[in-house]
Every structure is written in C-alpha cells, then in structure tokens.
Design a protein around this ligand. Structure first.
Ligand SMILES: NS(=O)(=O)c1ccc(C(=O)NCc2c(F)c(F)c(F)c(F)c2F)cc1
Ligand SMILES: [Zn+2]
Length: 260
C-alpha cells in the first residue's frame, strides 16, 4: 500500500512479529553469491575444540530443537577464522523445510538445502553473559552447516533417536555426551559475513561462518525432524517444518571466503 508504514503482510506467520526490523542494515539470512564473495588471505583456519561432556540436554522450544551445553567455562570453544576472541559454545539447532527442496536459511547461488545446522557461540572474553553478548556487534559467532540428502549420518542418528522424547513444545530430555564436531564437515573452507539472529529479537550481533561443504543426511533423518511439533501436548498438532526466515537484503556488506 502507499502507506507502507505498517501492513499485516510484514508479520511472519510463525512469530507474529515484523519480518524486517526498521533500520536493520546487517540482517540474516542472505543469499551467498559465490562469484561475489571476496577471498581474504588474512582469514585464519577456524579452530574448534568441543568437550563432549559439556552437553546438557535437548529441548523443543516451539521453534526448533536445541542441544544445549554448559557454557560456564571455556571447555567448548571456537577461535581463529574471522574471530578476534575465542567464543563459547552455548547450543546448536537446525532449520528445515516440509520438503527436501527447501529448508535452509542461507542459500548459495540461490540454491536452498533441505536443512541448515547452527552452532551458536558467544564472546565470553568481552561480555559477562550470553544475554549481554546478544546485544553487541561482536557478541555472537554462529557456524552454519548445510545438510544435503545422501547417506545416513551416524553421528546425527544418536540425536535423531532422542527426538521422539521432545516431540512437543517445552519438552526436554537429558543428553549428557555428544560431540558436535562430528556434524562439522572436514573441509576447512567457509564464507563469513556480519549478520544477525534469524529469529526475534533479530539483533545484529552475529559473525556468521558458513561452511562451504555440506554434510550428508538421509531421508529418514530429515523426516525425524519433521515429526517434531511446534505445539504443546494437548494442543492441536502443528508439525515443526519450514522454521526458516526469508532471505534478507545484503545492503552494504561483502561476503568473504577463506578459499580461492
Ligand atoms: N538462528 S540463529 O540466528 O542462529 C539464533 C541463535 C540463537 C538464538 C537465541 O539464543 N534466541 C534466544 C535468546 C535471545 F534471542 C536473546 F536475545 C537472549 F538475550 C537470550 F538469552 C536468548 F536465549 C536465536 C537465533
Ligand atoms: Zn538458527
């Protein structure tokens, strides 16, 4: 409409909140146009050291399922890459579609993957809590890994086997040993850019590190994600699918690559 001040079309069906935040200049996700990314020879290799015993539980938060970690010490951290400090692992989660043709949040040359893994870390060197880091431009670092249809992923299967126990929103199951590095592809290549959370509050606090190589998962494993529910026990069931945010404008940003 000519008004463009407000219209219900801006509200996302999932969150009933604005899809774009006024004044946002570094929103996520984005399309990564391979030929427009700029090789940066000063980018270091990403250093990942996770302690599997810091794993705590799996939780269905009504938007995705999260595997949460004890982030009270520096036992599970990442460093190097585009980062100036080390960042602590807090949780990982996924985004996926109802069909294999879509589901990822980021795209590569406008191609969607059926799902995308986000490993969420926060800058405990500069900020006292995750909640404070979420509000700072260099507060968070999220590693994005694309999932593609292929062979069964053995490491993911231990997680998939636990999903029926967190079918409903606000259910949680103890999960006390898991090494998330088994979900990160061996190829060191990544893209990196300055972005935001892809769910409310959409704060512009994320250094995104998107791995070039996807991991392979099989149809049964993707179907297990799709069996989860957005809804609580007793409510009318709504399958947890299509929990990805639409692509956001690149605006004045350059995507850097760690590879030529
Ligand atoms: N898809 S993603 O971009 O990787 C993403 C990563 C983390 C969160 C998150 O932690 N949300 C809850 C949450 C907040 F959004 C806060 F702002 C805050 F302060 C929290 F403590 C908190 F848990 C949301 C989206
Ligand atoms: Zn995410």
């Amino acid at each position: 409409e000519s008004s463009e001040v407000f219209s219900w079309k801006f509200l996302h069906p999932l969150w009933q909140s604005p899809l774009t935040i006024p004044g946002g200049t570094r929103q996520s996700p984005i399309n990564i146009q391979w030929r427009d990314s700029v090789y940066d020879p000063f980018l270091k290799p990403l250093k990942i050291s996770y302690d599997p015993t810091t794993c705590l539980h799996i939780w269905n938060n009504g938007y995705s399922f999260l595997v949460e970690f004890d982030d009270s010490t520096d036992r599970s951290i990442i460093d190097g890459g585009p980062l100036e400090n080390q960042y602590r692992l807090k949780q990982f989660h996924f985004h996926w579609g109802a069909m294999n043709d879509w589901g990822s949040e980021h795209t590569v040359d406008c191609k969607f993957y059926p799902a995308e893994l986000h490993l969420v870390h926060w800058n405990a060197v500069l900020y006292p809590t995750f909640e404070e880091a979420v509000m700072e431009g260099n507060g968070l670092a999220v590693i994005g890994v694309f999932l593609k249809l292929g062979a069964c992923h053995e490491g993911l299967q231990t997680l998939v086997d636990a999903l029926p126990a967190v079918k409903h929103k606000d259910t949680v199951i103890e999960f006390d040993v898991f090494d998330p590095s088994c979900l990160i592809p061996s190829c060191p290549d990544y893209w990196t850019y300055a972005g935001s959370l892809t769910t409310p509050p959409l704060t512009e606090s994320v250094t995104w590190i998107i791995k070039k190589q996807p991991i392979e998962v099989d149809e049964n494993q993707l179907e297990a994600f799709r069996m989860l529910l957005f809804t609580s026990d007793g409510e009318e069931e709504k399958r947890m699918v299509d929990n990805f945010r639409p692509l956001q404008p690149l605006m004045n940003r350059t995507v850097r690559s760690s590879f030529q």
